[in-house]
Write a protein that binds this ligand. Structure first.
Ligand code: WQD
Length: 336
């Protein structure tokens, strides 16, 4: 079976994807610098799958370290998760974000070119649809961004498109995630952000275990059914399965394909909160706060292309996502 390099494989989506790859029979090599993950995640992947794999504690900015991975392993394809992802932090520290995400990716591509590895699945984001496109988002819509984090995704998509134009032997899947939440049903891996969470679900989780006092609902005056923001939440295990489809695709095809990984359904902040309350069996305190700058009223996917190109569609509904999130945080109140 092919060997897949997973950069950022100790992270939230990366670890769930590693489980999927191992269970599908792939060999994997994981590279991570633990800037937003923990070594325990690797132990949990092994515990869930009963399988071992090679690991390199490596920063993609260290080109020699990245090359060493390719020199020591016959890598058939790369899934590239490694990168900073906090929108607010990217606004405060743009150079840190551009250097880490863009330069890190350029180092990875240079190493891939030197060792003749021309197949990559890139962790992009629905954020590349920017503020102007109508929902549901379709892959051929123009891309843009409203913050440095989003621009790193737009730019890396362009870099990979240009690499393919320079060498048509490349195969590139640009996976545009909507809002990944949930956790592996074992409760052994899940979303485990450092510090106070920026995103809705991990924040709700910390309120549920008493680490945070109450949820702040960022605005209830949007033009939506209940006034709160609408997002396309997707179970992280569905997302991991989508990466399995993308790896199979890049191993068998050449060219560049941008593909939405979402459910095509929108849920409001209150939908998520009430679903989580059902899962944990208690009411959770919240307070309505002003809108968060940069937030869109609504974001959700057109999922036709994923079905047509990958034969993939999401299986889990919102209640399963929140139930699995609750199961993880209940068993890991202090994270991994
Ligand atoms: C979801 C909804 C908020 C927190 C971002 C990035 C995206 C991806 C996922 C990395 C919105 C509301 C949130 C809170 C709230 N990141 N909210 N109180 O902003 O859709 O997407 O994270 O890959 O690229 O842009 O996700 O979870 O922050 O917000 O009311 O404490 O929940 O207003 O409507 P978002 P989110």
């Amino acid at each position: 079976m092919p060997t897949i390099l997973v950069t950022g494989g100790a992270g939230f989506i990366g670890s769930h994807t590693c489980v999927c790859l191992l269970e599908a029979g792939y060999d994997i090599v994981v590279a991570d610098n633990f800037s937003n993950s923990k070594p325990e995640a690797l132990n949990r992947i092994k515990k869930i799958t009963g399988k071992d794999f090679k690991f390199y504690e490596c920063d993609l900015l260290d080109l020699e370290a990245v090359k060493k991975i390719f020199a020591e392993n016959s890598i058939d394809a790369v899934i590239h998760f490694a990168g900073y992802k906090a929108v607010g932090e990217s606004v405060a520290q743009p150079v840190k974000y551009y250097h880490n995400n863009i330069t890190g990716t350029l180092m990875l591509i240079k190493a891939m070119q030197e060792y003749g590895c021309k197949k990559i699945v890139f962790s992009s984001s629905a954020t590349v649809y920017g503020p102007v496109n109508p929902v549901p988002y379709v892959e051929d819509m123009p891309t843009s961004a409203t913050n440095p984090y989003g621009y790193t995704k737009v730019m890396i998509e362009q870099i990979l498109r240009d690499v393919y134009v320079s060498d048509s032997d490349w195969s590139v899947s640009l996976l545009r995630y909507f809002n990944p939440i949930g956790a592996h049903p074992s409760g052994l891996i899940g979303e485990d952000p450092n510090g106070i969470p920026n995103n809705l679900l991990p924040y709700i989780c910390q309120v549920a275990v008493g680490k945070l006092e109450k949820l702040g609902v960022f605005g209830n005056d949007y033009d939506t059914p209940d006034g709160t923001g609408i997002r396309d939440y997707i179970h992280v295990c569905d997302l991991a399965d989508g990466h399995l489809c993308a790896v199979k695709y890049v191993l068998e095809h050449k060219g560049v394909e941008a593909v939405n990984l979402g459910t095509g359904k929108g849920s409001s902040v209150f939908d998520v909160l009430h679903s989580f309350e059902k899962a944990c069996g208690k009411e959770l305190p919240y307070v309505v706060k002003p809108r968060r700058p940069g937030d869109l009223p609504s974001s959700y996917a057109n999922t036709d292309k994923a079905k047509k190109v990958f034969g993939w569609e999401a299986k889990y509904d919102l209640d399963q996502m929140t139930a699995d999130s609750w199961n993880f945080i209940k068993n890991n109140p202090n994270g991994l």
